[in-house]
Ligand binder design. Structure first.
Ligand code: CTP
Length: 401
């Protein structure tokens, strides 16, 4: 239980800082004590008074405050918590953390501590996708910093994309999970997940692809990582941001996806959510195909791609203990998926109805039938994030039962 635990909340300067107030309320509701540190920039968005009222504690803002130092030195402040939460974690704070700067109270605390840190990034979409920020997040992840979010959506600056701070309820959930080791039930397990479409080249400028968004596969990778698994995501081109805390391999073709999966083995869990092209053009043209004026249409001769799910299901020795595939069906969903499970040799199949009317492909919701050796289980219509969380819970049950 996380009740009785202590969080040091560092509030950075961003419009999302107002959500930090709600986060304090939710954490305290769970019995978690919160002590807040507000950066100078953070003070432009929320006042020390409102944070102090909600935490029922003093709010720390100044590295060189004589009274604060007399009461509690900043080193002790950084070590008095079970978890440090940075929310919002601005681009500036992340850069300071990565570089080890210590010019103000927040950055000094982050440098002076060995307490685990959870960061909830929030910034403009271009700042988030900038190579500098992405590199900072990658390095910080490698150093063991945990991340939640950012979410994708409309932003205060009028743009759309990843960069919005995760909702306070989601951050509170992640804090509770981090404070309670039993909430990391897949710690020590390795997982590989495929996601998105594949691109199969015709010539140097053209390719065959499909409409897979990668939303479901990416959500599964994130959910497994949140449950403590060490996750490699092998993904075709998508608009989804790389989930934080996950090793991501970007590929284009089915053959590259297979190689990426094989490189991630051995693993305990393998989940194949990608929409892999069944066929590719037999001979990719080395030069762009040209109209030659004759009116002749080029005939594309196709050849079969490797079936990654079937290949991994049939591995000797390196076969993951739990291999899970998807079945995209438009009719007789459960019988078709049951047959597919047997044909592919996998352990579970998540069957979904992808008839155009359901809006599953590219959409945010999914209606799943889980096919295991024991039969079919019908899940209600859920968001793809909920499907991912439910699947992670089922996998946990499988390994702990
Ligand atoms: N899959 C794969 N490699 C392929 C093709 C599919 O790993 N070359 C995986 C998908 O990631 C998914 C499952 O196999 O987990 C889907 O199987 P597939 O035979 O492609 O079936 P559907 O796409 O569902 O449809 P159909 O049976 O009509 O081909």
């Amino acid at each position: 239980m996380s009740s009785g635990k202590r969080v040091l909340l560092i509030v950075g300067g961003g419009i999302a800082a107002y959500k930090a107030l709600e986060l304090v309320r939710l954490l305290r509701k769970r019995g978690i004590a919160v002590r807040a540190v507000l950066t100078k920039a953070g003070e432009e968005f929320v006042t020390p008074l409102s944070l102090s009222a909600l935490t029922e504690d003093k709010v720390y803002t100044d590295l060189f405050s004589l009274t604060d130092e007399a009461e509690m030195g900043h080193i002790q402040l950084s070590r008095s918590a079970d978890l440090i939460v940075v929310a919002p974690a601005t681009a500036d704070l992340l850069a300071k953390m990565r570089a080890g700067l210590a010019g103000d109270l927040a950055s000094t605390l982050l440098l002076a501590t060995d307490t685990p840190v959870l960061a909830a990034p929030a910034m403009n979409v271009r700042m988030w996708t900038h190579a500098a920020t992405q590199e900072n997040v990658k390095v910080l992840t490698e150093r063991g910093i945990s991340f939640i979010g950012p979410d994708e959506g409309d932003m205060a600056c009028g743009e759309f994309g990843p960069g919005r701070m995760a909702e306070p309820a989601a951050i509170a959930e992640a804090v509770a999970a981090q404070l309670d080791p039993a909430a990391k039930p897949l710690a020590g397990k390795r997982a590989v997940v495929t996601s998105g479409p594949t691109y199969e080249p015709i010539d140097p400028v053209r390719y065959i692809a499909n409409r897979s968004s990668g939303k479901q596969g990416h959500a599964i990778a994130a959910a497994l990582a949140a449950a403590g698994a060490e996750v490699t995501l092998v993904t075709g081109p998508t608009r989804e941001p790389d989930p934080a805390g996950v090793t991501v391999r970007h590929i284009e073709t089915a053959r590259q996806m297979l190689a990426g999966v094989e490189a991630a083995l051995p693993a305990d869990i393998a989940i194949f959510a990608a929409a892999v092209a069944d066929w590719r053009v037999a001979e990719e043209a080395t030069q762009k195909l040209k109209k030659d004026g004759s009116g002749d249409i080029p005939a594309l001769s196709m050849t079969e791609n490797p079936d990654i799910l079937k290949t991994v299901s049939g591995l000797d020795g390196k076969r993951p203990a739990l291999v899970i595939g998807f079945a995209a069906e438009t009719e007789n969903v459960v019988p078709h998926a049951t047959e597919k499970r047997a044909r592919k040799g996998c352990d579970w199949i998540l069957a979904n109805d992808v008839s155009p009317a359901t809006g599953t492909f590219g959409g945010d919701a999914n209606t799943i039938h889980l096919i295991t050796g024991d039969g079919a289980e019908d899940w209600p219509t859920l968001t793809k994030h909920e499907v991912a969380a439910k699947l992670a819970a089922r996998i946990t049950e499988h390994f702990t039962a």
